[in-house]
Design a protein around this ligand. Structure first.
Ligand code: CUO
Length: 842
């Protein structure tokens, strides 16, 4: 029985192509604690759910009729009534409990639900099952499996998922935000809605600077980084239908994506005068690092558990989670890994000995380590990585006597907040490295590119005359959390948070090609120059610290070539606005298949604002490495070039439906030990490589990205009580290229992921909403006030109006300063024998 079913609705329901999958998806993922029949989205989307799909308490027809009238639906989407499969096992997971893909029982349930979703014959059937389950099963399980299915079903490929920070904002921001948001939402309604204050999320809400580890909290707690990690695991789930899990080189990408995370974290640690991460080695020893997340679970209204420093991992035996793992298991699994790597062979379930070859050894080990369902022998090699997450996440209640659940490290959307995450992944990386160190070292022939000579590298950063200098600073950005707020009255809930940012820069590379015209693959990496003690880092260590900045194709003409590459073009990162995409205000038009297909893959990518490590006020000395490879041998052309919107974020995330584009081992040329006689980076270089000393100069000042204190102008607030009138919607760019500048109507990003002619996002400088770097005052003697991390009165710099009053005096080390600090620490090119200008290999 479907209530209020009209002939028009039946007509729409019959037309499969007209099913409003995008609206239905956003409605499914909004306010997941709130029943589905309550209108969702700012447009008031109403899913017309069959009565017997409703939770039992709401099934009376009279109630639904009353609720419909009360909430005033605007867009009706009829939900089909189907034969519901047996889902009793899914219902067994407590609705108000927690869910983690690291827990085997939970993972099995998620694999089963993903399979059910994938097997639904039509898109209507899929949404019908989703509608039935949404208000019955555990919301975290639902959101995870539903999101994986949306990304992998053929008929929902064009549907775009909101970032999980909108669905579960409680996993990303201080719990006190919700108390303040609730109060304002209650008082400031209707015509007063635009008076709601933007809620400031302080940078230092989880600890103080008395805790040394907190110096890198800006990295661990960055919203974009945690969204990236969640998205990565959504694309590469451990378990599920074959077409969802078995992706090209998935085990190797698990290794590489996490190896790069550790490399980046250690880079940040050195910038903050912290030693590199010590791997988790002795499982019996206390874990010194503490973590107090200050996050509240909106599902269970519980706090995410804290971990004081000095706790020891203990055997886990929790009947309720069907979870039993001993520390001895972890020891045994690790020993088997190391033994297999030493032998160069692993043993499959049927006893076959399989070699760990140069080509696929790391892929096999990656699948074994997670493990994914493609682990070659789960009984023998166990679940080392997943169970390390689990054991640490339950360190506070290993036998469930206090009825507590896991902490942030047990959930992929929050795990990177915890310092212990990096201890685990340093161990995992060390094990992978054991394998890599046993592989034959790259010979000169495997590294060089005949006839190619790299002659010079230079970084020019907009807004400064200093060469080879990256500039970093703090920036404030605004996100709307209202989709995750399950309380009335509705309306925007803007939160403003501070994150690292860098000035746009350009990489210039001079290359001589003594051969014919050919296509090159340009690889760009960055590493610290010095170790913890200020000594030049030996190459055997430094090779683990090289973080990928970019990788791109370039057509080399015969003779001299000048490669010019902008930082926003990086194939490692995605723009800020893509990470925090607003699907309601920034959706592409329905006929824009090129822009919307692959959009969900586009959500995966290192957040661009974290591309460059923080550096130091004095200038952190680093080494930029560029290598010109032969694209003919190293690059896999795309099979489907029509949908290449996402190619720019392939480095850590791959490309949807395609092979990983780089045929070389991930991390090449630094994934293996350097050849015997290449002790230093200089001696490692072949003529097609080059290095340049650079510095990363940090300015401890907060720049306000959004005008008007992060709030929308009053007259332009989009009031959800308005009807779906296009004239009242914030403008969406309809030009052919991508406009990712903030939307003037609400100060929020205008995400319109349409390709421009060269398939790269075009990020214009909008004089009203974004800093126009070319005209900004960093070159001048103007001195905006300093704010900075944890200061008593953090100040912001308004790009339109200049410094705000009341700023702290400028520090003499500030590169805003007029003291001529631009000339300090100017990097010097490294001189190589027989080479002028200090660039390139030998
Ligand atoms: Cu991504 Cu351990 O794999 O968190």
């Amino acid at each position: 029985m479907i209530l209020k079913l009209t002939p028009l609705i039946l007509l729409i329901a019959a037309a499969e192509c007209q099913f409003q999958s995008q609206d239905a998806t956003l409605a499914m993922l909004e306010r997941v604690n709130e029943p589905l029949f309550i209108p969702k989205c700012e447009t008031g989307v109403m899913l017309e759910v069959p009565t017997d799909y409703l939770p039992s308490g709401y099934q009376a027809a009279a109630i639904q009729n009353q609720l419909n009238n009360r909430f005033g639906k605007r867009i009706q989407i009829p939900i089909k009534r189907i034969q519901i499969p047996d889902v009793s096992d899914l219902l067994a997971l407590p609705r108000l409990g927690t869910f983690s893909t690291f827990v085997p029982r939970h993972r099995k349930l998620s694999a089963r639900l993903i399979t059910l979703f994938m097997e639904m014959r039509t898109v209507e059937d899929f949404f019908a099952l989703a509608a039935y389950l949404r208000d019955r099963i555990n919301p975290s399980l639902f959101v995870y499996a539903f999101s994986v299915a949306i990304m992998n079903r053929q008929d929902t490929r064009n549907v775009r998922l909101p970032p999980v920070s909108e669905t579960f904002p409680g996993r990303y921001v201080d719990g006190s935000v919700f108390v303040r948001a609730r109060e304002e939402s209650y008082i400031l309604t209707d015509s007063l809605v635009d008076m709601r204050a933007t809620i400031e999320i302080p940078q230092d809400y989880t600890a103080t600077q008395r805790e040394p580890e907190h110096r890198v909290a800006y990295f661990r707690e960055d919203l974009g980084i945690n969204l990236h990690h969640w998205h990565w695991h959504l694309i590469y789930p451990f378990e599920g239908p074959r077409e969802v899990v078995q992706k090209n080189r998935r085990g190797e990408l698990f290794y590489y994506a996490h190896q790069q995370i550790i490399g980046r974290y250690d880079f940040e640690r050195l910038c903050n005068k912290l030693p590199r991460t010590v791997r988790l080695q002795n499982f019996a020893e206390p874990i010194p690092e503490a973590y107090f997340p200050k996050l509240t679970s909106q599902i269970a209204s519980r706090n995410w558990q804290s971990r004081p420093g000095g706790l020891r991992m203990r055997d886990i035996n929790r009947e309720a989670d069907q979870l039993k793992v001993d520390i001895a298991d972890l020891e045994r699994w690790r020993a088997r890994f190391l033994e297999a790597i030493e032998r160069g062979r692993v043993e499959s379930t049927n006893g076959t000995s399989i070699p760990l070859t140069e080509q696929n050894g790391i892929d096999i080990l990656g699948d074994m380590m997670e493990p994914s369902q493609y682990s070659i022998n789960p009984q023998l090699y166990g679940q080392l990585h997943n169970m390390l997450h689990v054991v640490i996440s339950l360190i506070h209640d290993p036998d469930h006597r206090f009825l507590e659940t896991f902490s942030v490290i047990g959930e992929s959307s929050t795990a990177m907040r915890d310092p212990a995450f990096y201890r685990i992944h340093s161990l995992v990386n060390d094990i992978f490295n054991n394998h890599k160190q046993r592989l034959p070292r790259y010979t000169v022939q495997q590294l060089e590119f005949q006839g190619i000579q790299l002659r010079g590298i230079e970084i020019s950063t907009r807004g400064t005359t200093q060469r080879n200098t990256f500039m970093t600073f703090w920036e404030k950005s605004t996100v709307d959390l209202s989709r995750g707020m399950d309380f009335f009255p509705r309306g925007p809930v803007f939160a403003r948070f501070t994150h690292l940012q860098h000035l746009p820069f350009t990489l210039n590379v001079d290359v001589n090609n003594s051969g014919p015209r050919r296509q090159a693959l340009v690889r760009v990496f960055l590493a610290p120059k010095l170790d913890e003690r200020g000594r030049d880092m030996p190459l055997v260590e430094q090779r683990n610290m090289f973080i990928e900045l970019d990788k791109f194709l370039f057509d080399l003409q015969p003779g001299a070539n000048k490669i010019v590459r902008n930082s926003v073009q990086s194939t490692v990162s995605i723009p800020f606005e893509q990470t925090f995409r607003d699907l309601e205000t920034g959706r592409p038009p329905a006929n824009n298949t090129g822009g919307s297909d692959n959009f969900n893959f586009c959500g995966c990518g290192w957040p661009h604002h974290m591309l460059i490590p923080k550096g130091t006020v004095e200038g952190f000395p680093s080494i930029l490495f560029v290598m010109i490879s032969n694209a003919e041998t190293d690059w896999t052309p795309r099979r489907n070039t029509a949908n290449n919107v996402c190619s720019e974020a392939a480095a850590y995330c791959g490309i949807r439906g395609e092979n990983y584009p780089d045929r070389r081992a991930m991390g090449y040329p630094f994934d293996r030990l350097p050849r015997q006689n290449a002790v230093t980076l200089q001696t490692f270089l072949t003529p097609n490589m080059g290095i340049q000393e650079v510095v990363i100069r940090f300015n401890d000042t907060v720049v306000d990205k959004t005008p008007n204190n992060g709030r929308a102008p009053r007259s332009q607030i989009w009031n959800p009580s308005n009807t779906r009138n296009p004239s009242q919607r914030p403008a969406i760019n309809t030009q052919s290229n991508q406009n990712l500048s903030p939307n003037p109507a609400n100060g929020r990003p205008n995400t319109n992921p349409r390709p421009n002619t060269n398939n790269r996002p075009n990020i214009p400088n909008n004089p009203n909403n974004r800093p126009n770097i070319q005209n900004q005052p960093w070159n001048s003697n103007q001195r905006p006030p300093q704010g900075g991390r944890g200061g008593p009165n953090p100040q912001t710099f308004d790009w339109q109006n200049g410094p705000r009053p009341g700023g702290r005096p400028s520090s003499p080390n500030n590169f805003f300063s007029s003291q001529g600090n631009f000339d300090r620490g100017q990097s010097q090119p490294i001189a190589f024998p027989g080479r002028t200008g200090g660039y390139g290999g030998k």
